[in-house]
Design a protein around this ligand. Structure first.
Ligand code: NI
Length: 255
């Protein structure tokens, strides 16, 4: 059994609000899914899904696409939601400079506010970082992560992974690892210590290579696991056990 450590099963691309994904979890070999929020509305939906479904856990946070929405009032709402047993992390938040127009200062401020909340609540953090390595490593340099966190859908270099690992963070791999042009990422997947490695789908986004361009599903986390087992010359079952243990250590509120 695997855990999909990062999925958006509430996404409108799933016509039934994720119901069939949840119903099929056992058949699909999934023991849990961490349903990740991107804004207030989706965070509330994640919490609702976690309340109503045994093996669904939630995170609350604001994606770097919407930094201007991170106000003190919003932080207060996340603080209250985080008291629930099944809210296991703050995120996803971070930096994303991919699109032509973005507000760098606003993104950094929104990241700092969510970092402060996670530290106050003693919860792990889920980081989304794209094309912003310089500013992100600068942010890491002056901060500590006693409750840890995860670099979601990691796509950086071995060197940047080392900086994150030194800061007590986990590295999570998604469908990108299965692409034929992912040589650099394969190097990272071989390099990360086994006790810091986790897997995810980011469903409905980032489908693995066998179904590229289609809607992604949490069950496809198995393809990421297969690729890691192949790269490291290990049994699939061993990678299952290791990544489940790691995910539970990181998101320590998962029971
Ligand atoms: Ni995501």
């Amino acid at each position: 059994m695997l855990i999909d450590s990062h999925a958006h099963i509430y996404d409108e691309q799933y016509a039934d609000g994720g119901k069939s994904i949840i119903a099929d979890m056992e058949k699909d070999g999934l023991s849990a899914i961490v349903c990740v929020g991107c804004d207030l509305e989706s965070s509330l939906t994640c919490v609702e899904l976690a309340r109503n479904n045994k093996n669904i856990y939630a995170s609350v946070g604001v994606h770097p696409y919407y930094p201007e929405t991170v106000t003190n009032e919003l932080i207060d709402k996340f603080r209250a939601l985080s008291e629930e047993d099944k809210v296991v992390a703050i995120g996803e938040f971070g930096l994303d400079y991919h699109h032509e127009v973005y507000d760098r200062d606003a993104q950094i401020r929104a990241m700092e506010m969510q970092y402060d909340l996670a530290r106050e609540l003693k919860l792990p953090m889920i980081f989304h970082v794209r094309e912003a390595t310089g500013d992100f490593t600068e942010f890491l340099r002056s901060r500590e992560f006693p409750e840890s966190g995860v670099m979601h859908c990691y796509s950086g270099s071995v060197e940047t992974a080392d900086i994150c690992l030194k800061k007590n963070l986990y590295i999570s791999f998604g469908g990108k690892l299965t692409y034929s042009n992912s040589r650099n990422l394969s190097e990272v997947a071989k390099h990360v210590p086994l006790d810091r490695l986790i897997v995810e789908t980011d469903a409905p986004y980032l489908s693995p290579s066998h179904c590229i361009g289609q809607i992604n599903y949490p069950k496809n986390v198995a393809y990421v696991r297969d690729k890691i087992a192949e790269l490291r010359g290990m049994e699939k079952e061993e990678i299952d056990r290791i990544t489940v243990d790691n995910t539970k250590r990181l998101f320590f509120k998962i029971v």
